[in-house]
Design a protein around this ligand. Sequence first.
Ligand code: TRP
Length: 331
Amino acid sequence: MNEIVLSGIRSTGNLHLGNYLGAVQNFVKMQHAGNCYFFIADYHSLTTHPTPEDHHKSVKQVLVEYLAAGIDPEISTLYIQSDVPEISELFLLLNMNAYLGELERTTSFKDKARKQPENVNAGLLTYPVLMAADILIHHADKVPVGKDQEQNLEMARKFARRYNNMYGVDYFKEPVAYNFDKELIKIPGLDGTGKMGKSEGNGIFLADDEKTIRKKIMRAVTDSGPTIENSKMSESVNNLFTILKIVSSADTVEFFTGKYKTCEIRYGDLKKQLAEDVIKIIAPINSRIKDIYSNDEYLSRVARMGAEKARTSAAKTLKEVREIIGIRKFY
Ligand code: TRP
C-alpha cells in the first residue's frame, strides 16, 4: 500500500531560497512517489490576527508559490485547510481528549505566550490539536516537518493513541516525522550570520526579480578579504561559499575556493557569479509566480479540485470517527 505523506504550510510570508532548497524542492520530488497531501494551514495563521486583506493575500501568495515551485495539483492533493470543514469538526472532537496541562506545557505555546503576551488566545493553546486533526483526517503515515514541529507531531501521536484506547479501537495510525533537516545543508542568510529567514537583508525570495536578487547578493556581508594563504573563512564568507556549493557547478566552487586560498579572491566576482547561479534557479519559478498569480481562473480550479479530493478522504474519516464515538443520527 502507498504511504500517505502530508504536510501543512503556514501562510505567512513569501518563500525564500532556503525554504525552496530545504523543503519545497523535496515536496516536489516526493509527490511522484506517494500519495501526497499538501495544504495551506490558513486557520493556524489566524492566531496572530492578520487583517482580512493580508490574510487572503498571503494564502494566495503561498498557493501560487507552491504551484510555481512545482507542486502538481493533478498529482498531489493541494488544498486550503479552511476549504475542508471536516478538519474543524475533527478538531472539536479531539479537543475533548486534549488536556489543559499538556497543551500549556508545549514549547511552541510557551514561546508564543512569551512573544505575544497581549494575545495568548485559545487558538494558540489548541494549535497542536488542530495540527493533529490535519494529520489524522487523512491517516497520514509520514509528515515532513522541521525539527521545530516534532513536539507537535508527538502530540498528534498521543491524541491518536488516546482516541484508540478510549474507544477500544485500532483506528488512527501514529504519524511519524519525516525529517529532512538532517540530510540537508541549512541555507545561510546574506547578512553574515545564521540561516536564511524572512528578516530584511538576509533572504532571497522566489518572488524577487533578477535585479533585486543581484542587488541583494552584491550587498551581502563579507569581510576585508584573506591576507594569509589557506586561512580559515569568516562566517559571512563561508556562508556565501555554502550557497555557492549548492547552486553552482563544481568547477565554479573550485575556482573561487582556489582564489580564496591564494588570497586573490575578489568578493565582487564571487557575488556576481553567485547571483547568476541563484537567478538560474529562481528566474523560471519567478516567471511562473507572475503568470499564476494573475490567473484567477486557474487558481480557482486548483483550489476547487484540491478541496474536492481532500473532502472525499476527510468525510470518510469523519463519518467513521463519529460512528465510533457514538454520534448517531435520529433521522
Ligand atoms: N505547524 C506547522 C508549521 O508551523 C504547519 C502545520 C499545520 C502542519 N498543520 C500541519 C505541518 C500538519 C504538518 C502537518 O510549520
